[in-house]
Design a protein around this ligand. Structure first.
Ligand SMILES: [Zn+2]
Ligand SMILES: [Zn+2]
Length: 148
């Protein structure tokens, strides 16, 4: 994952929250730090495992605010637990590998040449449907190396 220095991330998060009329509180900063530090989509249970001083209800409420402000994205997984990660404008464009057996979720950065091919193919599809393509989201579902 292409990750910016943490200070840049905090600056951009603070700005987005300000635009959304929200404050960048210590708790929200802690959540952003956790997500930036791990660099993988995390469930609420994962986050609580690392910071059990954050009450679950407050963690959930803050994640909702961060998601609504566009700095955190929810990742749809094969399991029943949603996972959260920093938005792509903070970390860089990537895709996810979802293991349907153990539920592991891994970020994967597609090489530029392959991204280009994907955009070409998806652009053709969009054009055929009379749709203007701005960007894409694409997750791969299968079995991770330890579940094969
Ligand atoms: Zn697995
Ligand atoms: Zn892509």
């Amino acid at each position: 994952m292409v990750s910016h220095a943490h200070s840049d991330i905090h600056g951009e998060v603070a700005e987005r929250l300000r635009i959304a009329g929200q404050r960048y509180t210590t708790k929200r900063r802690t959540i952003i730090d956790l997500l930036a530090g791990v660099g993988q989509p995390m469930s609420i249970a994962d986050l609580l495992e690392r910071r059990n001083d954050l009450p679950q209800s407050s963690l959930y409420r803050n994640l909702v605010v961060l998601e609504e402000s566009g700095v955190v994205s929810k990742v749809v997984t094969t399991g029943d637990q949603a996972r959260y990660e920093l938005a792509e404008h903070l970390t860089g464009h990537h895709h996810h590998l979802l293991c349907s057996s153990c539920g592991a979720v891994r970020d994967v950065v597609v090489p530029d040449a392959l991204e280009h091919e994907l955009d070409n193919a998806l652009g053709k599809l969009a054009k055929r449907e009379g749709f203007t393509l701005d960007r894409h989201r694409l997750d791969l579902i299968g079995r991770c190396s330890s579940c094969q």
